[in-house]
Design a protein around this ligand. Structure first.
Ligand SMILES: [Zn+2]
Length: 197
């Protein structure tokens, strides 16, 4: 079986998304992770991944949805980093559209692996129902929006800037995709303790 997968790196160009204290841009982090995820999925003959943007260019949300309609993927994954006024919050959140049971299952599949990157689970870590986000509402395929972590938390900003961490995120998302499509995967818990201060 060959599954088309659309990977959407949020923001880009004049729209940097959230910016961390040291100047790390959400748009750059998610583009890196999107490319790494693309490469990770290419290792499997089961997947045909495609990116909505391949460089630091601005794209309207409607253009992203247009790309999705053309490509007709089996799943659509939008990548973002979270931010809050307080520097305290950290951890992963994954959104799905409330009318999509497949989206919910996809969100749960990926959450299971992505939150195993480190051993410090927080109260902010969860899968969340949503009916507002444009890409969740307007895409045809089961869609999710992943907030990898909080760029507003200085520790997490450090992690998000790290190439090794970005790669680990991509690997865990790929494992969640395998799990969603029901492939026999090695369910080994990943601990990335050395990244956590
Ligand atoms: Zn964002």
């Amino acid at each position: 079986m060959n599954y088309r997968i659309m990977i959407d790196a949020g923001h880009g160009g004049k729209d940097t998304g959230a910016v961390g204290k040291t100047g790390l841009k959400e748009s750059d982090v998610v583009l890196n992770v999107a490319k790494l995820l693309h490469d990770e999925l290419l290792k499997s003959p089961n997947y045909y991944p495609e990116l909505t943007r391949e460089d630091d260019s601005f794209q309207k949300l409607s253009q992203r949805v247009e790309r999705e309609k053309e490509f007709q993927p089996a799943i659509f994954i939008s990548l973002h980093c979270n931010a809050s006024v307080s520097r305290k919050p950290f951890d992963t959140q994954i959104y799905y559209h409330k009318k999509s049971s497949k989206g919910k299952r996809l969100a749960r599949s990926i959450f299971r692996f992505l939150t195993d990157i480190d051993s410090t689970k927080s109260k902010w870590s969860r899968v969340i129902e949503n009916n507002v986000y444009y890409v969740l509402k307007n895409t045809t395929a089961p869609s999710i929006l992943i907030e990898l972590d909080f760029i507003s938390n200085p520790d997490r900003e450090g992690l998000l800037s790290c190439k090794l961490f970005q790669k680990e995120c991509a690997k865990c998302i790929a494992k969640g995709i395998d799990y969603y499509f029901g492939k026999d995967i090695n369910d080994k818990r990943i601990l990335f303790k050395h990244f956590i201060r």
